[in-house]
Design a protein around this ligand. Structure first.
Ligand code: C2E
Ligand code: MG
Ligand code: MG
Length: 733
């Protein structure tokens, strides 16, 4: 077929309709092409030649095929009958109009861009397009667009060959929506929310699904979200945040985040769906983690707060102090740490029960919290220990003022149920930067100062100084050596005789501990006993002393010597320990010693701290058959009224009164007074530190029953004591 044939065919009205329809418009196409196409690069003949070939092609296709031709600007320059029929436009209405009039808005801009990019590049494009007919109805066409190229290989028009696939598409859409519905129903049954988000070419992100039981709970419906943007369904702040997360997911990242909506904490995870390396949509999964968060908060709260008092605990203290340090080191602001130890909780628990004890701790904590908040934060470290981090201070002296405020509050009588309880306290303090450049050092300094304050008489507040530091270092050394001493049997007992002055005979002995250290030499008990008390080593040490003294005495008795009463010194801490009596009983049973051959020496101060409790303990000792003496009488509280209350057997007048009794008349008067008072209360009197015969005679003349001192013997090892005093037991002294 050639161009001549075209016109000829066009004029032949008897030819089948199909040919007429195709040829007539094609001649018009040629006319139009002359007006709209620049033929600078193509000759009209060339064009005709090509069109003839196309016509041949068209002749080969069936009448049912929709054919259209557009120019490079997208204007329709040819439409066959089927084209008119499906678009419901007349040919006149179509020719010269841009193909855009058929656009249905179903496809996004990217779709058309791809199509144009392909055909402009001279490539054939194939695809399925949903178009809009003149009456607004939609139809689907399977489309092939063939670019017609000039000599230089550039397209100068495009022929589209389409066949209608609306029915098939409808069926497909129905299937798709049925599947969607089934998917939605499945999703609706889940306790979570599943949502999907798509993005159009303008970058607009919109929901295509939002379903699940959680959605219902939150009063959201799939319809509310369908094709809506986040902004349309959430408030601006949440929507903005969601957009940020959606963006990340669209950049092919798996995203997890939390969102607080309608009083719920939601955990959202976004998964990108990738097709041909492009994220085509994102699927979100939303879980309600409100309860989990609450549980988490409670656990967190429990982890950082004391359960009894609800005060911040040691862990929070550590965190806060670390934070403070980080802050402080930038600005170098001085501040302080106070370590507070409240005395009296344990006894309250033991005497009045845990319920009262707990109320007491809570009550004092609440009061202290209020008092402390003006200058710092209060933490409960453990039991009776509290910590305070102060605000910025001008000088470490200020810490003393804070301590005073605290101690004043603690010293007030606490009224719990019907009980009036009086507490005491000790405070150790340290200041940044003077006492430490890191949290650990600063806290350690405050604790060292606290210990110093606890073990020095008349000291209830101490700031960390060089004196405290030296004391600590010396004690550290000693403590290590003492631990070693207990384990390595460096300890021994020496015995000093107690003499019945009237009959001039030995009636007992006091067991006194000795420590001969390979590194430190002989260390005085006056030095290591307080240290043992401070470090808790006293319990092991004291048990050993009791055991050894009882064993030794039993051995002497078993050897047939006249039985003597051996006295053992018991520290206040040991005495007040709940296991003291059971342990003593056990030792007596183990060694087989008759309790009447054991005396317990306790100091005035140890019983004065808690009189009621001490009375109970002494009673228990007496019930066991053990006798009790008050040691160092006259050096402590010296309240004579307690003598009436405490069921003790004897008083030991401290050697400081005896030493100068002959030279100092006031001491002599005091000693005479003490002997008389003891007798009034029916107690025996023992005078310590008797070094001369005159003193012994003086005491004898005032009816002091027993004496002890270097005049008779220094404390000596067991074997020497045996030799010197037991073998010669009945020998005259
Ligand atoms: P204390 O119980 O009052 O013991 C008497 C102290 O006076 C002993 O000192 C003894 O050696 C010393 N002494 C006895 N007669 C004289 C004398 O005529 N002149 C002088 N200047 N001193 C005399 P020591 O053995 O150094 O003990 C000191 C303190 O250590 C004891 O005082 C006691 O409180 C404590 N202690 C000793 N052994 C133990 C023990 O096993 N357990 C406990 N908890 N404390 C102990
Ligand atoms: Mg003693
Ligand atoms: Mg004494």
């Amino acid at each position: 077929m050639n161009d001549y044939n075209i016109s000829r065919t066009n004029s032949n009205l008897n030819k089948p309709k199909r040919k007429q329809y195709q040829i007539a418009p094609l001649t018009e196409v040629l006319d139009q092409l002359t007006s709209i196409v620049s033929f600078s690069d193509i000759t009209f003949d060339d064009c005709k030649k090509q069109l003839t070939q196309i016509l041949e092609l068209m002749g080969a296709v069936d009448q049912s095929v929709i054919i259209g031709i557009t120019d490079t600007a997208g204007r329709i320059i040819y439409a066959n009958d089927m084209f008119c029929q499906i678009t419901k436009y007349t040919r006149e209405e179509l020719i010269g109009r841009n193909h855009r009039i058929l656009k249905s808005d179903y496809h996004d801009n990217l779709f058309f861009k791809n199509m144009w990019d392909t055909i402009v590049a001279g490539e054939k494009w194939e695809g399925e397009i949903k178009n809009k007919a003149k009456d607004g109805t939609h139809y689907w066409v399977k489309t092939t667009i063939v670019p017609i190229l000039n000599n230089e290989g550039k397209p100068f028009m495009y022929i589209s060959i389409r066949s209608e696939i609306t029915e098939g598409k409808k069926a497909q859409e129905q299937l798709y929506s049925a599947l969607q519905e089934e998917y939605r129903q499945t999703v609706s049954a889940l306790d979570t929310i599943i949502f999907k988000v798509k993005k159009n070419t303008d970058g607009k992100m919109y929901f295509t699904l939002f379903a699940g039981k959680l959605a219902e709970k939150l009063d959201y419906s799939n319809e509310d979200f369908h094709h809506k943007t986040a902004e349309q369904v959430f408030d601006k702040k949440d929507a903005d945040y969601l957009y940020q997360q959606f963006h990340l997911a669209f950049s092919n990242k798996k995203v997890n985040f939390k969102l607080h909506i309608k009083g719920k904490t939601l955990f959202i995870s976004l998964s990108p769906i990738v097709l041909d390396d492009v994220v085509v949509e994102i699927v979100g999964n939303v879980s309600d983690i409100t309860e989990l968060e609450k549980a988490h908060e409670t656990i967190n709260d429990m982890a950082y707060h004391d359960v009894v008092t609800d005060l911040p605990n040691q862990r929070l203290f550590n965190n806060d102090l670390d934070k403070k340090f980080r802050k402080v080191q930038k600005r170098t602001e001085p501040f302080g740490i106070l370590c507070l130890k409240i005395n009296g909780f344990t006894k309250t628990n033991e005497l009045l029960g845990h319920e009262v004890g707990e109320k007491l701790v809570c009550s004092i904590s609440t009061t202290l919290k209020k008092v402390v908040q003006s200058f710092g934060v209060l933490y409960r470290s453990e039991g009776s220990r509290f910590l305070i981090i102060t605000k910025t201070i001008e000088s470490p002296d200020q810490l003393k003022d804070f301590a005073e405020i605290i101690q004043k509050e603690i010293s007030k009588i606490q009224q719990i149920d019907n009980h009036e309880i009086r507490l005491t306290s000790n405070i150790g303090a340290s200041a940044y930067p003077e006492c430490g450049n890191d949290p650990q050092q600063l806290v350690k300094s405050a604790y060292i100062a606290l210990n110093y304050s606890r073990y020095k008489a008349f000291c209830n507040y101490k700031y960390y100084t060089m004196e405290v530091h030296n004391y600590y270092q010396e004690n550290e050394l000693l403590e290590q050596a003492l631990k070693h001493a207990i384990e390595n049997h460096e300890l021994s007992l020496h015995y000093q005789p107690k003499v019945d002055i009237k009959h001039n005979r030995i009636i007992g002995a006091e067991a006194l501990i000795r420590w001969n250290s390979p590194q430190l030499g002989s260390v005085s008990p006056a030095k290591f006993i307080p240290l043992a008390e401070e470090t808790g080593l006293i319990f092991a040490l004291g048990e050993w002393v009791l055991q050894e003294a009882c064993r030794q005495n039993m051995e002497w008795i078993s050897m047939g010597y006249s039985p003597l009463k051996v006295a053992v010194n018991i520290s206040p801490l040991e005495l007040q320990h709940s296991m003291f009596i059971p342990k003593l009983q056990n030792i007596l049973e183990r060694t087989g010693l008759d309790p009447k051959y054991l005396e317990i020496e306790i100091t005035e101060n140890s019983i004065m701290n808690d009189q009621e409790e001490s009375i109970e303990i002494i009673k228990k000792l007496r019930d066991l058959g053990v006798t009790v003496a008050i040691d160092d009488f006259g050096t402590g509280y010296s309240s004579l009224s307690y003598l009436k209350k405490f069921p003790v057997n004897s008083l030991k007048i401290d050697q400081c009164f005896i030493k100068d009794v002959m030279q100092t008349p006031s001491d002599a008067q005091l000693v005479i007074g003490m002997i008389n008072i003891a007798h009034v209360f029916g107690l025996e009197v023992v005078a310590e530190g008797v070094e001369t015969l005159e003193v012994a005679d003086f005491l004898k003349s005032y009816h002091c029953e027993q004496v002890q001192g270097y005049y008779y013997s220094k404390p000596i090892p067991a074997d020497r004591f045996e030799e010197k005093f037991l073998i010669m037991a009945h020998a005259s002294l």
